[in-house]
Ligand binder design. Structure first.
Ligand code: MET
Length: 394
């Protein structure tokens, strides 16, 4: 089945799978196999030589994983999807594929801690440098692109500061320089934001988050042009080997079916919790893309369907107060990760971004008092009651 003329809510359920081809099985079968048998030695030779289609070995391709790759490609409106064993396996494969020694990467003004760690390692090992940019104007972006800039790497909303980047503007500037734009779309999912439609080249996901949605899978996805991802599949991914397990693809196919329903509820709940948090006296600053008073709200309106399910805020006081606030929570879970049914709350300075040196972290806007909240699917009044009683104890 093709994606033509189908709505997002239909594509999440059907794309890439035809039950008629699988004995009528409504659910996508789980091909829990490591390898595939050849009819003859010559057939094996032809498959290894790429002269004949068909599966060879599950590091090189698996039918359950292929369905997921087709589905995410359709959801992001890209030509091809590629599945990985984690979000970082996707990030690293794409960055390695796009760069060579002595290149440069231009980044958004904040990055997930392990992406920052990867770029630091690439600098130490291969002299691949990087700069951070607020990306507020075209001139600013033009001025930071160097002859050796291999790609622009953007998170929007940025983890965990929730700053937004105007993707269409970045893509327009990048095109003038012939530089590809890679976007980590984990915080929005394709339901809220589709970077390829705005002119960007590659979309990455930690599928662990909203796509999976149930806290039971660690996985990554990339979507982009077929030629580029064919190349990544046959080189970087095949030889580094950070592939997705079939069972994880199966769980993701199941989770993705309810992505629009879940995201709408995450957004409904986050909007209500945001309104409560913003007026609490122990909340000093609050960052939410849907905040009408936030200067980034114009970008949110332009490129996101809604504000999303994540809110960050500074509690009044010190790091100790931020930790005390978390310790006072009664049923909300202190955990990294996001996008799950359960509300998850964490302290970026000592958790997701603890590998970022303090000065860089503070420049990114990650204070010692910053809390990141992934609003779950519980009744919002219960979530707020727990947050409020913990805030009241500060
Ligand atoms: C190992 S820490 C983080 C997991 C995830 N990328 C997050 O931002 O929550």
């Amino acid at each position: 089945m093709t994606n033509e003329n189908k709505h997002f809510e239909t594509t999440v359920i059907h794309e890439g799978y035809d039950s008629k081809e699988m004995l009528g099985s409504l659910a996508t079968p789980l091909f829990q196999t490591s390898t595939y048998t050849f009819d003859t030695a010559e057939q094996g030779e032809r498959r290894f030589a790429g002269e004949e289609g068909g599966y060879v070995y599950s590091r090189l391709g698996n039918p359950t994983v292929s369905v997921l790759e087709e589905r995410i490609a359709a959801l992001e409106n890209g030509e091809r999807g590629l599945a990985f064993g984690s979000g970082m396996a996707a990030v690293s494969a794409i960055l390695i594929a796009l760069t060579k020694a002595n290149d440069h990467v231009l980044c958004s003004s904040g990055l997930y801690g392990c992406t920052f760690g990867l770029l630091s390692m690439m600098k130490d090992k291969y002299n691949i440098s990087h700069d951070f940019s607020e990306m507020r104007t075209k001139d600013e972006i033009h001025s930071l692109i160097k002859p050796e800039t291999a790609c622009i790497y953007v998170e929007t909303p940025i983890n965990p500061t929730m700053k937004l980047i105007d993707l269409q503007m970045v893509a327009e500037v990048a095109k003038e320089h012939g530089v590809p734009v890679v976007v980590d779309n984990t915080f929005s999912s394709p339901y809220l934001q589709r970077p390829l439609n705005l002119g960007c080249d590659v979309v990455l996901h930690s599928a662990t988050k909203y796509l999976g949605g149930h806290g039971d899978v660690v996985a990554g996805l990339a979507v982009g042009k077929k030629d580029f991802l064919d190349e990544v599949a046959m080189t970087t991914q095949k030889d580094i080997g950070g592939i997705m397990a079939p069972m994880d693809a199966w769980l993701l196919l199941r989770g993705i079916k309810t992505l629009p329903l879940r995201l709408d509820r995450h957004c409904d709940n986050a909007e209500k919790i945001f309104e409560k948090l913003r007026s609490h006296p122990n909340v000093e600053h609050i960052y939410y893309p849907g905040d009408e008073n936030n200067p980034d709200n114009a970008i949110c309106k332009k490129q996101m369907k809604r504000g999303g399910g994540l809110i960050s805020f500074d509690v009044r006081g010190t790091k100790k107060d931020a930790q005390q606030f978390l310790n006072h929570l009664k049923f909300l879970k202190i955990a990294v990760s996001l996008g799950d049914a359960e509300t998850l709350i964490q302290h970026p300075a000592t958790m997701t971004h603890s590998v970022v040196p303090e000065d860089v972290r503070l420049n990114m806007g990650i204070t010692d008092q910053l809390i990141r909240l992934s609003v779950g699917l519980e009744h919002w009044e219960d979530v707020w009651a727990d947050l409020e009683q913990a805030l009241n104890q500060l």
